[in-house]
Design a protein around this ligand. Structure first.
Ligand code: ZN
Length: 428
């Protein structure tokens, strides 16, 4: 079925391609957080030309914010002609490092075979461009809508979102009195609705020993062997226990329906020698060994339990293993977030997918976290989903791309959702 709005979006195909290319060509690498002001300035001009009022907001004092790398964000708002709900599209403007293996220019925005290539094409400048085109087409088609449309471009999602959505949420920009529906156009695929994400807990574990001459290790105490015992407990107890847990969240891919843990790094003993030093190491028993763990947990697991089972295992070793000493340092934690399937934004976007693609949506949850955590926990706004074009598996990869047809379909879904949320005649 084609509606006047869909036909209007069809007419904006070249505009969508050009906008996506322009966004890719501003290299907003994070870290360190480059060109945030440049991309906000670009969005500011674009959206003001379409009747939006804009605010550029710097997240002063957040991690990484400096005069050289300021954390700039933009919020644009366009009020309708009568009161009603506010629909907010939130996209992060930062991209991760380029990495090796590219055959396209990572900041060229080249079009080939119906795809636009570049770092951030799918994650998530394509999604940002899609939401802008959807909003602009909607406003042209229905200038007398009720409520308001907001579009934000925010910093630092790839490094936790503290200089972006978290900061804005703390300042009240995502309070449920002000904003009613949030759509985050992350690349979850054009026919899927992402309801939320698993939680994360990051910690460092250090085992302690006593330094001695390596020829008489019995006079010291080897911290690396103590860490070996920790890893052994993980292998024998924690990993099997985590694998046996299954969530009711629709997490994709399948393996992430269980609890998981990555051991991020391990280091014990003398410092690693620099590449330009080819001398031999001295013979010492290491007195310290450290690992960093990255534990991802399910909505069914309380954070206290996640922490507690690691702590219990370490305490158990203190009882059974002579001279076992450890230090556990929590680095960060993020609680799981899960929007109810009957929330208004979920039901509306589901109806829009049905209208545009003549199929029911697939409901998913993300294995890793994204900015929904801050909108949920700090903003206290529960009516939030991730919905946008692109294939999640392409994110952070070489030759990252976004399909132009996928963006077009997604723009129509977003436009249809705006009609349902902001035009009384379309609400049922
Ligand atoms: Zn992303």
């Amino acid at each position: 079925m084609t509606t006047p709005l869909m036909a209007r979006i069809d007419g904006k195909r070249d505009d969508l391609i050009k906008l996506t290319q322009d966004l890719i060509r501003i290299p907003t690498l994070n870290p360190p957080g480059e060109n945030y002001h440049a991309i906000c300035d670009f969005l500011d001009k674009r959206l003001r030309a379409h009747g939006f009022e804009t605010q550029l907001i710097r997240a002063f004092g957040t991690p990484g914010d400096s005069e050289r790398f300021p954390r700039w964000n933009i919020i644009a708002r366009r009020d309708g002609t009568s009161l009603g709900d506010c629909v907010h599209f939130n996209s992060h403007t930062d991209v991760v490092e380029v990495g090796a293996g590219w055959t396209f220019d990572p900041f060229g925005g080249e079009v080939s075979d119906g795809k636009i290539y570049g770092r951030g094409a799918c994650d998530m400048k394509g999604g940002l461009a899609t939401s802008i085109i959807a909003a602009e087409a909607f406003i042209e088609e229905h200038p007398h809508y009720s409520g308001a449309i907001e579009i934000s471009g925010t910093a630092d999602e790839e490094s936790g979102g503290y200089g972006g959505v978290a900061y804005l949420a703390e300042k009240g920009h995502f309070s449920p009195e002000k904003v009613h529906h949030v759509i985050i156009p992350e690349p979850l695929h054009k026919d899927r609705i992402c309801l939320g994400h698993r939680g994360g807990w990051w910690a460092e574990i250090e085992t302690k020993g006593e330094i001695a001459h390596g020829c008489m290790p019995f006079l010291g105490d080897c911290a690396v062997r103590h860490m070996g015992a920790v890893l052994n407990e993980f292998e024998g107890k924690l990993f099997p226990a985590m694998a046996a847990r299954r969530t009711d969240m629709p997490v994709v891919p399948e393996g992430a329906k269980s609890s998981t843990m990555n051991i991020n790094s391990i280091h014990g003993g003398q410092k690693e020698q620099s590449d330009d030093f080819d001398g031999l190491p001295a013979h010492c028993v290491p007195d310290s060994c450290r690992i960093v763990i990255d534990r991802r947990f399910l909505v069914e697991e309380p954070l206290d339990q996640v922490r507690g089972e690691v702590k219990d295992l370490l305490e158990g070793l203190r009882v059974t293993r002579p001279d076992f000493e450890y230090k556990l340092t929590e680095l960060n934690s993020v609680l799981p977030s899960m929007t109810n399937k009957t929330a208004p934004v979920v039901e509306t976007v589901a109806r829009a997918i049905q209208q545009v693609m003549a199929k029911a949506p697939e409901y998913v949850a993300s294995p890793g976290t994204y900015d929904q955590k801050h909108i949920d926990r700090i903003g206290k706004l529960k009516n939030c989903i991730a919905y946008g074009p692109g294939i999640l598996e392409m994110a952070h990869k070489p030759d990252e791309y976004i399909g132009i047809d996928d963006m077009m379909d997604s723009a129509k879904v977003m436009g249809a959702a705006l009609e349902m949320l902001l035009l009384p005649a379309y609400s049922k």
